[in-house]
Design a protein around this ligand. Structure first.
Ligand code: UDP
Length: 329
């Protein structure tokens, strides 16, 4: 199978590439390297793998590569809380127009590659429901600016995907991704776990924002990509949003404690106000836990990584790359 991955040098994109290469597929990854990095491809053999530096809005070979692809994962987006708050115009431009350009290219190609258009758990906004099912209502707060813009850009991607499926019959999967974690995730743009791992291994304080009672449900990226592939190949999954994540929930304070415990670190925990972390306008999402019933009804997906196993794996991979003061080699 020939696979095209937009945002292929990003965290999830690079794991999708690795997954398909291991299956014997041919992979082309395109990325503008705005948050992604070519370093993620270290060890990838070039015989079935091509990386192209390109912006999803202007990449001139898009039509040619779309025509060749049997499956396309559209992961190219402005992501990470730091970029989302800093670059609100880019969020709309890249996330909405980039998706539109890709979908138009697929229509022009007159063939039907399986398409995965990445959505996000952020579409649930500030919904108060404890367990988020795909039918849950959304609550957005306009005063949240950039973050609401990101959530709505991802919701727009879902609407775009459903519209193109309805009008052009495209075989589209729409995963709502919940907090993926694992190797190669960078803490530079937000993303708590790589930050905690780096802090614990360097012996500096783990920075817990707020009082740490906010919860998240973390899913190992290697489980995430397996779920995406299972959904993409299943026609029953096409045309509807499907939560992809892990229903186990943990407070951020307990996550910090778990990282300290498993790494044997002597780092203390430091509580930092949200205002200091993200600016005074920021309102925290207190909880985000997926119902994965729909995913399990549609596929025989089971997780193979526990949070402890992921943390241990990250500690093992990073312990020789850290120097004191938290600088990553
Ligand atoms: N967080 C934290 N310390 C950090 C980075 C993040 O306490 O150094 C918190 C953040 O406030 C949020 C949670 O960890 O409550 C998850 O943040 P992340 O950016 O990983 O994902 P998201 O907020 O998009 O779910």
């Amino acid at each position: 199978m020939k696979v095209l991955i937009t945002g292929g040098a990003g965290f999830i994109g690079s794991h999708l590439a690795e997954y398909h290469l291991a299956k014997g597929d041919t992979v082309t990854a395109v990325d503008d390297l705005s948050t992604g990095s070519k370093d993620v491809f270290k060890g990838f053999k070039p015989d079935r793998f091509t990386f192209v530096e390109g912006d999803i809005l202007t990449w001139k070979d898009l039509d040619r590569e779309v025509k060749r692809a049997d499956r396309i994962y559209h992961m190219a987006a402005v992501v990470g809380i730091v970029r989302v708050l800093r670059e609100p115009v880019e969020v709309t431009r890249v996330n909405v127009l980039g998706t539109e350009r890709l979908l138009e290219s697929v229509v022009r190609s007159h063939h039907l590659p399986e398409l995965v258009i990445a959505s996000s758990s952020s579409v649930y906004g500030h919904t108060k429901q404890e367990l988020l099912g795909e039918e849950s209502e959304f609550i957005f707060r306009p005063e949240q600016g950039g973050l609401t813009g990101y959530a709505i850009s991802k919701l727009t991607n879902e609407i775009q995907a459903m519209a193109y499926r309805h009008i052009h019959g495209l075989p589209i999967t729409i995963p709502r991704l919940f907090n993926a974690v694992g190797p190669r995730q960078s803490g530079n743009y937000g993303f708590v776990l790589p930050r905690f791992i780096k802090q614990a291994l360097s012996g500096i304080p783990l920075t817990v924002y707020g009082d740490g009672t906010q919860t998240r449900s973390f899913c190992d990226v290697r489980d995430t990509v397996r779920a995406l592939a299972l959904l993409a190949e299943n026609p029953k999954a096409w045309g509807q949003p499907v939560n992809v994540g892990n229903a186990r929930e943990i407070t951020i304070l307990d996550l910090a404690r778990l990282v300290i415990e498993r790494s044997g670190s002597s780092s203390p925990i430091e509580f930092i106000t949200y205002a200091r972390g993200y600016g005074s306008e920021f309102r925290q999402t207190t909880q985000r836990r997926p119902s994965i019933e729909r995913l399990q009804e549609l596929t025989d997906f089971r997780h193979s990584w526990s949070l402890e196993q992921t943390i241990d794996d990250l500690i093992r991979r990073n312990s020789d790359r850290i120097v004191p003061q938290g600088r990553l080699l």
